[in-house]
Design a protein around this ligand. Structure first.
Ligand SMILES: *Cc1c(COP(=O)(O)O)cnc(C)c1O
Length: 322
């Protein structure tokens, strides 16, 4: 198997540039500013479809052969990869089927449909949705584009690191939300090759941190998926994990978890002090800083805000402290 390099991330950046937003990075204000070192927020939640996942999905779809485009694509999604793949595919006239478990919030199912995908509710958790996507791959000859354990998706996600380092060459610490590890692995791949002094930190929710458990165990383990405010971080890395576990294990400096309360507080502070609507999964980096889980950075730090797809009612109840 060919290995992934920073050049793959650079090629991905050129490939996807016409199709994705080059997101702004802003200085943190209010309770997030004035700490030991400046904090910057990379606003990936502004991406079309509402999450960074458009990068990886677009990079994967643009590399399909003509025959694969005719066949169509299928995936399983915890809610943000699905709409991203649907948008990338439908813009090229490619059919896209997205398998979502019953745990996926309704706003995310709608987001698949709004972006031209066929949403299929299958299974009680992410793993069962993955099984359904594999079944459809075999039965209908659809091309499966995994949400994170796919070299095209990883290289596309890694382009976030390239933009951060272009905008802030002296970045010292980058905090990255962590689920399957496509984003963290891709960003670490690029950053460690191009700016090795940068500390790359992965943050998961304490409730069901599959990658972190797998790192501890020395191989992929399965844990049960629980409801969490960071729903987009749910699901296992897969016992058949090929790419992301090795990338995260070899290249990432540190991983940590945050509680549901810490995530809710970060969503509140981002809204009240910055006017930003960020879903739970996108707020975990800020949560780690506010809670002191991540030690105060010793130089300019960046938190990647990965998504905004939280239903308005749910967001309101978090903001109101319910
Ligand atoms: C998918 C997702 C993540 C985690 O990405 P992985 O590549 O699975 O680690 C983080 N935040 C949001 C909003 C996501 O949708």
């Amino acid at each position: 198997m060919r290995s992934l390099t920073a050049e793959d991330v650079e090629r991905a950046a050129d490939r996807i540039a016409p199709h994705v937003l080059r997101t702004p990075m802003i200085a943190a204000e209010g309770r997030l500013a004035g700490r030991a070192a400046p904090l910057h927020l990379k606003l990936e939640q502004l991406q079309p479809t509402g999450s960074f996942k458009l990068r990886g999905a677009t990079n994967a779809v643009l590399q399909l052969s003509a025959a694969q485009r005719r066949a169509g694509v299928v995936t399983a999604s915890s809610g943000n990869h699905g709409p991203a793949l649907a948008r990338a595919a439908s813009r090229l006239g490619v059919r896209c089927v997205v398998c979502l478990s019953q745990m996926v919030p309704a706003n995310k199912v709608d987001n698949v449909r709004r972006n031209g995908g066929e949403a299929r509710i299958a299974g009680k958790d992410y793993d069962e949705a993955v099984a359904e996507s594999k079944r459809l791959e075999c039965k209908h000859g659809l091309v499966r584009v995994h949400a994170f354990d796919d070299p095209g998706v990883i290289a596309g996600a890694g382009t976030v690191a390239r933009e951060i380092l272009e905008d802030l060459a002296d970045a010292r610490t980058i905090l990255v939300p962590l689920s399957g590890g496509g984003l963290l692995g891709g960003m670490a791949l690029y950053a460690k090759a191009r700016a090795p002094r940068v500390r790359i930190v992965g943050v998961s929710m304490a409730r069901g941190a599959s990658m972190i458990e797998s790192l501890r165990a020395g191989g992929p383990v399965e844990i049960s998926e629980e409801p969490t405010i960071a729903d987009a971080l749910g699901g296992n890395i897969g016992l058949d994990n090929r790419w992301t576990l090795a990338l995260v294990r070899d290249l990432v400096d540190e991983v940590m978890t945050v509680s549901e309360e810490d995530i809710a507080r970060a969503m509140r502070v981002l809204f009240e002090d910055q006017g930003l609507v960020v879903e739970g999964a996108g707020a975990v980096g800020v949560a780690a800083l506010l809670a002191g889980t991540s030690p105060a950075p010793d130089g300019p730090a960046v938190a990647v805000l990965t998504g905004r797809n939280v239903a308005p009612d749910r967001h309101r109840s978090v903001i109101c402290g319910a």
